[in-house]
Design a protein around this ligand. Structure first.
Ligand SMILES: N=c1c2ncn([C@@H]3O[C@H](COP(=O)(O)OP(=O)(O)OP(=O)(O)O)[C@@H](O)[C@H]3O)c2ncn1[C@@H]1O[C@H](COP(=O)(O)O)[C@@H](O)[C@H]1O
Length: 100
């Protein structure tokens, strides 16, 4: 990911990186470990659940800094799970838009 990426493009850039990791499975990539773990998809799903719990605890503690940190972890792991199921960020946007 490029440091110069405008903040409004960060989610697209992140999702594009995740899709590239899924296609190429480079070594030394945390994302690759989520796609290839010996526990299968359960590993990524467990991480998603852990990050959700940590996000909830940060909100309960009214710890804004921790809430933002854990929310970023949560969104990243959610995007990995969406990519694993061939769902795109655009699919998510369309689902959200359909609720307007
Ligand atoms: N956004 C993320 C991202 N968010 C979280 N993580 C990883 O998710 C893991 C979270 O696990 P844990 O919660 O156990 O770790 P923790 O947050 O240190 O500890 P806690 O206090 O939360 O328990 C850590 O290893 C983080 O590094 C991420 N790993 C990668 N990315 C992005 O994905 C890109 C590709 O990364 P690689 O696949 O590693 O090249 C990177 O450039 C980043 O942009």
């Amino acid at each position: 990911m490029d440091d110069d990426t405008p903040t409004e493009e960060v989610l697209d850039e992140l999702f594009s990186t995740i899709e590239s990791r899924k296609a190429e499975l480079p070594e030394d990539s945390y994302t690759t470990t989520l796609f290839t773990h010996e526990k299968g998809e359960n590993y990524a799903l467990e991480k998603l659940g852990e990050e959700a719990t940590e996000t909830i605890l940060a909100a309960k503690d009214d710890d804004r800094e921790e809430l933002l940190y854990e929310s970023a972890d949560l969104v990243y792991h959610l995007l990995v799970v969406l990519a694993a199921h061939d769902a795109s960020l655009e699919d998510l946007r369309e689902e959200l838009k359909s609720r307007f």
